[in-house]
Design a binder for this molecule. Structure first.
Ligand SMILES: [Zn+2]
Length: 230
């Protein structure tokens, strides 16, 4: 039995559960409208035939990615540009995730219910987990930060040491946890620094660390463009 044969019945079951749990997916017309909207911005979507909810929410995510792409055009490169994937199997603790590439996974549990998403995100901001003053739109900006880091090879730990003028990693994370967000200091390899800085900078909440960090990244974005044109 090959893997694709093995997976098929499981996928059919997963779809049934999804419809039962979330309700009927969007119409074919809405799906096509969303897909074309994304395509016009050089963004691909996946899994959205099963989307339940208002496609305007996903269009907003696409607009927010597009704004960042004006500074970091590699992320909408035709071959390796961002893919937005709606995922029904994610753990509830994640709003969204991005691996080492250019695929942003959105958790259907939240993105199919914008009210729930807004509430859960703002509760987390109140706890200090995410950048003060940001709202749910920071989630897409955060994930796009990961894609930028991957596409441009940004060394977040190196940059943040320069921004904070600190040499001790322990001091760096102490400041990040206090002045940016708890989540930005969650991993010792610094992987959440750029994403939380993007969240703050592109949400225009006036976080000094986020603004200083992204202004350094913008230089890298420009250099990346120059390299490509040489
Ligand atoms: Zn992240």
């Amino acid at each position: 039995m090959n893997k694709s044969e093995y997976d098929r019945p499981a996928m059919a079951n997963a779809h049934k559960t999804q419809v039962e749990e979330f309700g009927a997916p969007i119409s074919e017309g809405d799906y096509r409208e969303l897909r074309n909207y994304a395509k016009d911005q050089n963004i691909r979507i996946s899994g959205f035939r099963n989307y339940v909810g208002d496609i305007e929410a996903i269009k907003t995510v696409i607009d927010d990615i597009r704004e960042i792409a004006e500074d970091f055009p590699k992320i909408i490169d035709e071959r390796n540009g961002i893919v937005l994937e709606l995922d029904f199997d994610m753990k509830k603790e994640d709003f969204a995730t991005t691996g080492s590439g250019h695929v942003i996974h959105l958790n259907a549990f939240y993105f199919c219910n914008l009210q729930l998403l807004k509430q859960a995100y703002s509760d987390a901001v109140k706890e200090g987990d995410f950048v003060a003053g940001t709202d749910w739109r920071a989630i897409g900006r955060h994930e796009t930060g990961h894609v930028v880091a991957n596409a441009y090879g940004i060394d977040s730990l190196g940059l943040i040491k320069e921004v904070l003028k600190l040499t001790s990693i322990a001091d760096v994370f102490y400041h990040l946890g206090k002045e940016l967000s708890i989540y930005s200091a969650a991993y010792n390899d610094g992987r959440e620094i750029i994403s939380e800085c993007f969240s703050g900078y592109y949400s225009k909440v006036g976080n000094k660390i986020a603004d200083a960090f992204v202004s350094r990244c913008l230089l890298v974005g420009k250099a990346g463009e120059m390299d490509e044109s040489l």
